[in-house]
Design a binder for this molecule. Structure first.
Ligand code: FAD
Length: 460
């Protein structure tokens, strides 16, 4: 290895890059990681973690409202955005420090700079204006928020800026129908902002089970979020402190802030990939094989920049599998087929396995078990909020193909259900599991009768 400065040079100290670097170092490799913004990456600095802290903040107002039904009087409750931001920033600084210490403790050299690839084994550090060499290069540069470049788009923010707004706006329009959009619409609405969600498609959360999509739509509207579908921005004009957003149908929304949450692009631009011939797909994702190897033998890529499943635990797994494959002589391919995940909307979603539409496409006839009910807490709080749980079962093998739920703690519950689904559990095994009472999750082991099949409904 003496021919190179490092055995591994990682570009990007986010979820995937940090895990890969630390594990490679633990196998004896000499590793450096370059980071151009903050160690920890999107998830820790401006993604999952600060977002979840905001979600907690946004739920407090419903807790206060619900308290009355349990005999509590809460007076003088006020929300202060600046306190939330300051406390969130303090926590992010703490986590950033832990990431830096863990990398250093693993023997990984951290280089605070933008890195680009100069040739197969050479990396250029842009600000330091010097080159280093490495036997292997790992690209773990993540993704960046997409913006709809209509006239006036510069007046809008993305999730990056949403974490640092000076003031909480009185009104906001969140554009997009994916999980980040519905989460931020829930956050702003819960914090008292008059919130509109604008989505160009027919229904929010494309790709999720249809019952999750329609239930979330209904519940968000009940909580006060205005949802406009089938339209996009034509232009955005600033008028004093206000923004006027002209939509594709000519109507105008007056608002104080606009946030784009319309998807994320793999961060593969300007990295010098074309100079070394790393294959990039038309959508900007770096093409990789099952072991995260690119079209160039010694260059690998993991995480959002490969656009496989853009989630932190997946990036971490891909990073770990890369280190195991390359530095521990033990080829490991990540299985992307069953990924439990949550959407921290209000109410929350937990989902694992395939949707009903996907199951019908793959298998034709499938059994659907579904339960929609009001959570026990709301019998006293009086809140009109529905919980929905749904199990999709293969009719011949009885295997559970998917579990989809919306309601409080769905993210927590789906993690445990994910183990069963990953193990290939059958509906009979779900039924053989003793219920935990009184919980919402007990519905998952007590649903006895499948929904009528669509052909039976049609014949009625
Ligand atoms: P990242 O974590 O994005 O790290 C890439 C790093 O590379 C960045 O720090 C960047 O500054 C650095 N970099 C880029 N180019 C260079 C360069 N040339 N030189 C040096 N450094 C460079 N996932 C979940 O699982 N659960 C959630 O609840 C969740 N919520 C999210 C909420 C939001 C608002 C967002 C935006 C994302 C969320 N995600 C969530 C997704 C998650 O953050 C990503 O999937 C994850 O961070 C991907 O990890 P990564 O290693 O691929 O890239």
């Amino acid at each position: 290895m003496a021919d190179y400065d490092y055995d591994l040079f990682t570009i990007g100290a986010g979820s995937g890059g940090v895990r890969a670097s630390r594990m490679a170092a633990s196998h004896g490799a000499k590793v450096a990681v370059a980071e151009e913004y903050r160690v920890g990456g999107t998830c820790v600095i401006r993604g999952c973690v600060p977002k979840k802290l905001f979600v907690y903040a946004s739920h407090v107002h419903e807790e206060i409202e619900d308290a009355a039904g349990f005999g509590w009087t809460v007076e003088g409750a006020r929300f202060d955005w600046k306190t939330l931001i300051a406390n969130k920033d303090q926590e992010i600084d703490r986590l950033n420090g832990i990431y830096i210490r863990n990398l250093a403790g693993s023997g990984v050299e951290i280089i605070e700079d933008r890195a680009i690839i100069k040739d197969k084994h050479t990396i250029h550090l842009v600000n330091q204006n010097r080159d280093v060499t490495a036997k292997y290069i790992l690209i773990a540069t993540g993704a960046t928020p997409n913006v709809h470049e209509v006239p006036g788009h510069e007046h809008a923010i993305t999730s990056n800026e949403a974490f640092h707004l000076e003031e909480l706006p009185k009104r906001i329009v969140v554009a997009g129908g994916g999980y980040i959009s519905v989460e931020f619409a829930g956050i702003f609405n819960g914090l008292g902002v008059e919130t509109t969600l604008l989505y160009r498609g027919e229904e929010i959360l494309r790709g999720f089970d249809d019952d999750l999509r329609t239930t979330l739509h209904t519940e968000m509207e009940k909580k006060g979020v205005r949802i406009i579908t089938g339209k996009v921005f034509d232009r955005i004009d600033k008028s004093g402190d206000e923004l006027h957003a002209t939509l594709s149908d000519g109507s105008v929304l007056e608002t104080d802030a606009i946030m784009f949450a319309i998807g994320r692009n793999p961060n593969s631009q300007g990295l010098g990939l074309e100079t070394v011939g790393v294959e990039v797909l038309p959508n900007g994702a770096i093409a990789v094989d099952a072991y995260s190897k690119t079209s160039i033998d010694n260059i690998y890529a993991v995480g959002d920049v490969t656009n496989r499943a853009n989630l932190t635990p997946v990036a971490i797994r891909e990073g770990a599998a890369f280190a195991e494959t390359v530095f521990n002589n033990n080829p490991v391919a990540v299985d992307h087929s069953i990924i439990p995940t949550a959407v921290f909307s209000s109410p929350e979603i937990g989902t694992v396995g395939i949707s009903e539409a996907e199951a019908r496409k793959a298998f034709g006839r499938v059994d659907i078990y579904k339960s929609t009910f009001r959570a026990m807490k709301h019998t006293l709080s009086g809140r009109d909020e529905k919980t929905m749980m749904k199990i999709i079962v293969h009719p011949q093998t009885d295997r559970v193909l998917g579990v989809h739920m919306i309601g409080p703690a769905s993210g927590e519950i789906i993690q445990a259900v994910g183990i069963a689904v990953q193990m290939g559990a059958t509906k009979a095994q779900f039924d053989a599991t003793v219920a935990v009472h009184p919980t919402a999750a007990e519905e998952l082991v007590t649903m006895k009768t499948p929904e009528p099949q669509p052909d039976a409904i049609a014949a009625d």
